[in-house]
Design a protein around this ligand. Structure first.
Ligand code: ARG
Ligand code: ZN
Length: 871
């Protein structure tokens, strides 16, 4: 059954204090809760029963009101609720429950990962621990006592400060934690295990010392220095850019191997998927370093945007996630190169979020309804949500935005609020009206901007005609006009920015406020016919359709002052050529041997003034996934052939240039995850990849040499991938050598699993099945499952096999995981949700697998995605 935003009601009861005791044990864990409950004065239901949430996996032993043990007739336990009809207006509810963390395969609530106990409570995991008002607008002060055998669990952690420690009568150890800040249950956390710690301190802007602790299993403690450094830089950045200071005396992070998502911002005790925390040069690629830095920052920033000010209900999820993603993106941009960061974020958005917007699960950043909230931790909520916050930043400017965020934090500190509250603070602090802009919160789908232009030489006026249209999405057949900020400038024939007059002001860049279905913008005093540079910095999450000629794109690529649009032009050029090749392939023609990218890349590679990271980004052709998103009807085999053809064409035409770039970009200093080094490595490896693709023998020896001599994972794994993807003779041997070298490093094994699964070979599916039987594979570990299934998804021949075997295999895994871990099972469905857009032969095969899944007894998670996809 779906829940609806419009049905929101304040809770009938509040829980002022929550006292929890966990008696941890390998076979059963007893949880005792003492909840200080009172009726909510704001509720209009003065005699409403107390209805607590609880999972089927929670066994109730006893319940008491104040000291009165309730007999069975006075309460009712169903699958997921505990109902007590008659209660006083204020009372202490004591509840004893039994749970089995060791059998918790959902990884929600309290579970075991390796040798430790840990929790994941967002969004609705706390109900798998004990009965509770498990909703974010019920905020409580938590005191938590953990009891365990100290020899096996010397480290016992929860939120806030440790206030007491001692021995129980039966010789176990207890530790009590108290968190002075009111919080919803989704921010609760507990960890117990035999862990190692890295200690550090941070002095806040007001001069308070905060103890920083990162915990891992013993063998990983040498890989958290970078995370600690990232944490300290994040703390400083949030003080400088947002004026936000940390509030407790201690901040802890724990790495766990089995985790459904990336990480979790529990108050004072963040829990991380180890893939988002551990880093060392030998085992971690540059990309993964940047991810660690971004996720550490993201979770830390949640302390204000999420914890001090939280969400009223889960429809408001983007309130904290969109804002916090915007904050972590800005942090990374300030730390490294802002253009490179923007390009990476935008390509991700345009590839994956645009696809979501065009599919059966499309939803606004503030959904109107859902069946299972876990399905809504989406790219729309996170990435498009961040774009919406970024547009507010563009509209108000940096200072105006800061005024707005200051007011938001001040006004709502300690509260659970809505997206409307966020926008109101922005409006009130700046005296602006964002009423129309707020449609971005309620309207799904990616708007399309159609732009045409004309130039009048006599009057020196240049006119842009802009129309906007948002395609229909499920339950939203018609759309209203949005307020879309379009940053724009004009480029002259000599590749110089042209000045113009708009609103009586001479300028070189303007923000056009597109806010009607059709609109005209006039630029005066334009000296000559310009090339428009539109949507600079990707100022709005829209599809822009202008109809640039190849020459205009080449001009923007080399001449635009906006670095982002230089990249964007190069991508558009490549997209045009690739889609052209796709058509030729489908028509059974020979693919063209002409490409303007060859000369474009040639001048790019010759220009030593350019940022190497940007050059590397421009060299990487639009991905299989992005081209699929752009296709009306998706033909994976044609897209693959087109990409391969164009790559080879470029590689063979510019063989010498790639060799030169490869040799010129060797990093000789000790490894650092610095912008400068990362840029060099990315360009070097991009060049190597083309050079090897050209078939040159010298290149083949160079890549094998790089594999053998590399002192860091970026270079080693790039070389290995190139060797495997180009099917060099050494591929088998080096894949085995790589596994042998790294089999003790779980995260590196995941990379090996992924590359093995994506490898194109005869009998691809047999290989995949063997991987899942491999002794180092573990289906209980989401990272390992994602590695293999993710690799399969990239393996076009195997996954999109015309006989449907790839889809059937995926469906088998979904059915298997449905019961075990519904969140993971539901995520695995994503490729199948695209079935309507696939070419007809594949479409039918995908659909029949969805129907096969639908015929099973499904979790809410999988049911929602599959039923919406088939609707
Ligand atoms: N709030 C976390 C973050 O974005 C994500 C937790 C998601 N958990 C889940 N079960 N869906 O940092
Ligand atoms: Zn988050």
């Amino acid at each position: 059954a779906a829940v609806f935003l419009k049905d929101y009601k304040v809770p009938d009861f509040l829980i002022d204090k929550t006292e929890l005791t966990f008696d941890l044990d390998e076979t059963q864990t007893v949880v005792t809760s003492r909840l200080h409950i009172r009726r909510n004065p704001e509720s209009d239901a003065a005699t409403a029963p107390l209805i607590l949430d609880g999972g089927e996996d929670v066994k109730l032993i006893g319940v008491a009101i104040d000291k009165y043990e309730l007999p069975k007739e006075e309460y009712n336990v169903s699958n997921d609720k505990l109902v007590i009809t008659a209660t006083p207006d204020a009372f202490i509810l004591t509840c004893e429950t039994l749970i089995e963390p060791q059998n918790n395969t959902r990884l929600e609530g309290l579970y075991r990962s390796s040798s430790m106990f840990c929790t994941q409570c967002e969004a609705e995991g706390f109900r798998h621990i004990t009965y509770y008002l498990d909703r974010p607008d019920v905020m409580s002060v938590f005191t938590t006592t953990i009891i365990a055998d100290e020899s096996r669990y010397p480290v016992m952690l929860s939120n806030g400060n440790e206030i007491e420690r001692g021995k129980t009568e039966d010789g176990k150890t207890f530790v009590t934690w108290h968190d002075p800040f009111k919080k919803p249950a989704y921010l609760f956390a507990l960890v117990a295990g035999d862990l190692e710690v890295l200690n550090d301190t941070f002095t806040t802007m007001s001069g308070r010392d905060v103890a920083l602790k990162i915990f891992t299993e013993k063998h990983n403690i040498d890989k958290v220095d970078f995370a600690m450094d990232s944490l300290k830089r994040s703390m400083k950045w949030d003080e400088e850019v947002y004026g936000r200071e940390y509030d407790l005396d201690i901040f802890m992070i724990v790495a766990v191997d089995d985790f459904n998502m990336g990480a979790m911002e529990n108050k004072g005790l963040n829990i991380f998927n180890s893939s988002c925390l551990l880093a060392s040069p030998e085992t971690t690629t540059d990309d993964a370093y940047l991810r660690v830095e971004a996720v550490v920052a993201h979770e830390y920033f949640h302390n204000w945007s999420g914890n001090r000010v939280t969400c009223r209900d889960w429809f408001q999820l983007s309130l904290k996630e969109g804002f916090t993603v915007f904050r972590d993106q800005s942090f990374s941009a300030d730390t490294h190169s802002d253009v490179v960061k923007r390009v990476e974020d935008v390509s991700f958005l345009k590839t994956a979020q645009f696809a979501e917007d065009a599919g059966p699960m499309a939803h606004p950043i503030r959904p109107a309804s859902f069946i299972e909230i876990s399905n809504f931790y989406t790219l729309t909520i996170y990435e498009k949500g961040a774009e919406v916050v970024r547009m507010i930043h563009t509209l108000l400017g940096a200072d105006g935005f800061r005024k707005g965020s200051d007011l938001y934090f001040e006004r709502h500190d300690g509260q659970a609020v809505t997206c409307d509250d966020f926008v109101s603070a922005m409006e009130d602090a700046n005296g602006v009206d964002l009423t129309q802009f707020k449609r971005w919160y309620s309207q799904a789908g990616t708007p399309i901007l159609n732009v045409t232009d004309s130039y009048n030489e006599t009057t020196q006026t240049y006119t842009l005609n802009v129309s906007q249209m948002t395609p229909p999405t499920p339950n939203q057949p018609t759309k209203l006009a949005l307020h879309i900020p379009v940053r724009a400038g004009l480029i002259g024939p000599d590749n110089q920015p042209l000045s113009f007059t708009v609103d009586g002001k001479e300028q070189t860049e303007v923000v056009l406020h597109v806010n009607q279905a059709e609109q005209t913008f006039i630029f005066e005093n334009v000296a000559s016919r310009p090339v428009p540079s539109l949507l600079r910095g990707f100022s709005a999450p829209v599809k822009l359709d202008y109809g640039y000629t190849t020459d205009q794109l080449l001009q923007l690529m080399s001449g635009d002052v906006d670095g982002f649009n230089r990249w964007s032009a190069s991508q558009q050029l490549a997209v045009n050529e690739l889609l052209n090749c796709v058509q030729q392939y489908q028509a059974g023609k020979d693919l063209t041997e002409e490409s303007s990218l060859v000369s474009g890349f040639e001048s790019l590679l010759a220009d030593s003034t350019l940022d190497s990271a940007m050059v590397a980004l421009i060299l990487s052709l639009p991905s299989q996934a992005y081209l699929s998103e752009l296709s009306g009807v998706i033909d994976p085999h044609a897209i693959k052939a087109a990409r391969k053809h164009l790559r080879l064409l470029i590689a063979s035409s510019l063989e010498k240039e790639f060799k030169k770039i490869y040799e010129a970009n060797t990093v000789t200093d000790a490894y650092q995850a610095s912008a400068g080094q990362i840029a060099k490595r990315s360009l070097k490896n991009a060049a190597l990849s083309y050079w090897v693709a050209s078939g040159n023998d010298e290149a083949k020896s160079a890549v094998v040499r790089q594999y053998r001599n590399a002192d860091n994972m970026t270079d080693q794994f790039s070389a290995l991938s190139i060797i495997v993807n180009n099917q060099l003779a050494e591929a088998d041997d080096l894949m085995s050598a790589f596994f042998e070298q790294w089999k003790h490093e779980s995260l590196v094994v995941n990379k090996w699993l992924m590359l093995s699964a994506s490898r194109e070979q005869e009998n691809g599916l047999v290989q995949i099945k063997e991987l899942m039987e491999h002794p180092y594979f573990d289906i209980k570990n989401p990272n390992k499952l994602r590695a293999v299934i993710g690799g399969l998804g990239q393996n076009v021949e195997t996954f999109h096999n015309l006989d449907g075997s790839g889809y059937a295999f995926l469906a088998d895994q979904i059915i298997l995981m449905n019961k075990r871990n519904p969140q993971i099972a539901s995520r695995l469905c994503t490729p199948l949700t695209r079935w309507k857009r696939m070419e007809s032969r594949l479409s039918e095969k995908m659909k029949s697998q969805l129907e096969r899944i639908a015929s099973q007894d499904l979790s809410k998670d999988v049911y929602e995605v599959v039923s919406k996809s088939l609707a």
